[in-house]
Ligand binder design. Structure first.
Ligand code: HEM
Length: 462
């Protein structure tokens, strides 16, 4: 358990987690140590002493609400802040930035991701997922080991291709983009661990980062140019951004379109396939959950056929499993902000310019809000415990003005992928057990999850 001491200051003192006490735990298992620090300081903001950086750790739900929603304007993703500065070298100054540029991007793209619009995509997306999962037939027949992360990446690309590009980027090119994003996420690890190092000072991964960004631009920029030369009337994201105008009525420049399409594609793919990759080891280690999930799929879905809207609405347990997966392995686990002006959170003074860390992972494992927080138990989302909890005890999609724009898309595509895959195949892992967490901008399994599939009988088969 972390040892915390109180430091005197004019308003209520922040709890300080001293480096010499926390370092061994942070080196051994950073997430466990951070949860333990938060558990030891109920209702308080903790100041982490990490040597050159001293961020405030905000985990209490009402405090999280202040940062993400009630006083969101004071907690910016812009400037030189932790995580966002290196991320912006890839995604530019659009939807993943802050201030007026972010606001304009958000306003332009929001209409394409509303619940109503996403709902209109059920049939197209379900068909695309079904076609993508059909491609497992051959590897399943030959018993080939598959990289679950890469395969989920491929299925997700197929699912969202029409929404993003009207299928104008081949799946092979999309997979190249996903692989480059993977390299970028890995390369960002060093910058994330050493946020105080200036960009001009080279770190391991910088070269891989530049190569990967170059590769993505080699695919995206010619596409954006071609679209700008001949705008289309379609309602995919690329066509919509090409037709969009800025506040002065001018078309968006190619960089702006590139930044937003690349940001959206990266967030859509990285988050979803990281989360789905956790599902297989979790089911493998929780056979009782797997059995209930399979029983629901058997009852609702016709094996080998496309999942329908009506069936999707009946996948109650599948959704509970995904809710619990998002509690325990939230891909967007780290939401750092820079305080623009002085503020007070729960009576603790926050100084202008300091870094504030909000983390869904940490808040979603607090022992005072979650019984047996480290147990995977989808039922907790059925019972009253979750509903009694504060809104910001569970926020895998963030909250306030920056709340995830892709939440409805995820809520459609993830159950479709799970239902289609697991109504057609059973799986076996090459290495049993839940992998350790690999800590980067995303929360990923710390090793490749390799899986072999066995086909289930289809309708009419014995
Ligand atoms: C497992 C699925 C997903 C999770 C857990 C997730 C999580 C999050 C979180 C926590 C935020 C808040 C960021 C912040 O406050 O700084 C966010 C924002 C965002 N998400 Fe997602 N996301 C998921 C899927 C998606 C998908 C499918 C898309 C694409 C359509 C997407 C696009 C975005 C974008 C563009 C933002 C920035 C929104 C803004 O700042 O206005 N996400 N997401």
């Amino acid at each position: 358990m972390a040892d915390l001491k109180t430091v005197d200051s004019p308003s209520r003192s922040p709890r300080v987690a001293p480096l010499h006490r926390t370092l061994p735990g942070l080196l051994r298992d950073p997430l466990r140590e951070l949860v333990s620090i938060a558990d030891a300081a109920p209702d308080e903001v903790v100041r982490l002493n990490l040597g050159p950086v001293r961020p405030y750790l905000v985990t209490e739900p009402s405090h999280v609400q202040r940062v993400l929603r009630d006083n969101a304007a004071n907690y910016s993703r812009g400037g030189q802040g932790l995580l966002w500065r290196p991320v912006r070298r890839f995604t530019g100054d659009g939807i993943l930035s802050d201030g007026p540029e972010w606001q304009a991007s958000r306003a332009r793209m929001q209409p394409y991701f509303t619940a109503k619009r996403i709902d209109s995509l059920v049939d197209t997306m379900s068909r695309a997922v079904s076609d993508a999962i059909d491609e497992f037939e051959e590897p399943a027949r030959t018993g080939q080991w598959l990289d679950a992360g890469a395969e989920f990446g491929r299925v997700i690309c197929r699912a969202i291709s029409s929404v993003f590009f009207a299928d104008r980027v081949t799946i092979a090119d999309q997979m190249r983009i996903v692989a480059a994003q993977d390299a970028i996420v890995k390369a960002l690890s060093a910058r994330l661990l050493l946020p105080f190092v200036p960009d001009a000072f080279p770190l391991p991964g910088d070269r891989a980062f530049r190569c990967a960004v170059g590769m993505i631009d080699d695919i995206m920029l010619p596409l954006v140019r071609a679209e700008r030369d001949q705008p289309r009337d379609d309602d995919d994201l690329l066509a919509a951004l090409t037709r969009a105008r800025d506040d002065d009525g001018r078309p968006l420049d190619e960089r702006r379109i590139r930044d937003d399409v690349v940001s959206m594609f990266a967030t859509a793919t990285e988050t979803t396939y990281a989360l789905l990759t956790w599902l297989l080891p979790v089911l493998d280690t929780h056979p009782e959950v797997a059995e209930r999930l399979y029983a629901e799929l058997e009852e609702v879905v016709v094996p080998g056929e496309v999942v329908t809207r009506e069936q999707l609405g009946r996948l109650t347990y599948t959704r509970l499993v995904l809710d619990e997966l998002l509690r325990m392995y939230p891909p967007g686990w780290l939401l750092p902000r820079s305080a623009v002006a002085d503020d007070e959170i729960g009576g603790t003074r926050i100084k202008a310019g300091s870094t504030v860390i909000v983390s869904s992972y940490i808040s979603q494992r607090l022992a005072r809000y979650w019984e047996r927080p480290n147990d995977f138990d989808p039922e907790r989302f059925r019972d009253a415990q979750h509903r009694r909890n504060h809104r910001y005890a569970y926020f895998p999609f963030g909250g306030g003005p920056h709340q995830c724009i892709g939440m409805y898309l995820f809520n459609l595509e993830a159950p479709l992928v799970v239902a289609t895959l697991l109504s057609r195949y059973r799986f076996r892992l090459r290495q049993p057990g839940v992998p350790p967490v690999h800590l980067t901008v995303n929360l990923r399994p710390g090793r490749t999850v390799e899986v072999a599939l066995t086909p289930l009988p289809r309708r009419g088969q014995a």
